[in-house]
Design a binder for this molecule. Structure first.
Ligand SMILES: [Zn+2]
Length: 205
């Protein structure tokens, strides 16, 4: 996906700590998804609005960087100091989200989780309505199961990619002319342990 940069003046200093992500929807009541996206970016760019989020994701899955990831965005009042914020366009509470929005959101959450070190679970990924009872976003049409399934898939893929890199290294050690039998055996043992860990992670063992 692509991110355009549409900076907002509505932000604070760098966050000292990042606990997770508050997920929002825009609910601006625009006549189309495209108009909703454009209106949201204009609203966040306006200093008078006094609101922002780190990112906005439109219905087609393309998005905008509004506030630098490391700075405090103004999206969830007293949670701003500790939480990242992302907005999905949803003109009305009855409007569904697109597959592209779920995919772009999952990619972003995987990136943020790796960058700031919070787990991808429901304690660290929260609805705006869960931290502020006066809010209702992202609302009843937001499919948490769909999001969590995408995140698990992405997580497993990144685990397997990192294991692949380790195994390539272990192969090289085993084939190295100066490797002793003890070193080769140790490399083999680490490989086998890796297989057991992956099987456990995906429930095969
Ligand atoms: Zn919200």
């Amino acid at each position: 996906m692509t991110w355009e940069v549409r900076p907002s003046p509505n932000h604070g200093d760098p966050r000292q700590l990042t606990l997770g992500v508050v997920i929002h929807s825009t609910r601006g009541g625009a006549a189309s998804q495209q108009a909703e996206y454009a209106a949201t970016l204009n609203w966040f760019a306006n200093p008078a609005s006094q609101v922002s989020a780190h990112r906005v994701i439109g219905f087609d899955g393309a998005g905008a960087v509004i506030v630098d990831d490391d700075l405090i965005a103004w999206h969830a009042t007293d949670h701003n100091n500790r939480w990242l914020g992302v907005e999905l366009t949803e003109p009305f509470i009855t409007d569904p989200y697109s597959e592209e929005q779920y995919r772009s959101l999952a990619d972003l959450l995987l990136e943020w989780s790796a960058k700031y070190g919070f787990p991808l679970d429901r304690d660290h990924l929260v609805a705006h309505s869960e931290v502020n009872p006066q809010k209702s976003d992202p609302g009843p049409l937001f499919d948490w199961d769909r999001l969590m399934a995408l995140l698990l898939g992405g997580d497993m893929q990144s685990i397997i990619e990192s294991l692949n890199r380790e195994w390539a290294l272990l192969d090289a050690i085993q084939q190295h002319p100066e490797a002793t039998q003890a070193i080769k055996d140790l490399a083999e043992q680490v490989k086998q342990e890796g297989v057991v860990e992956v099987k456990k992670a995906i429930g095969l063992q």
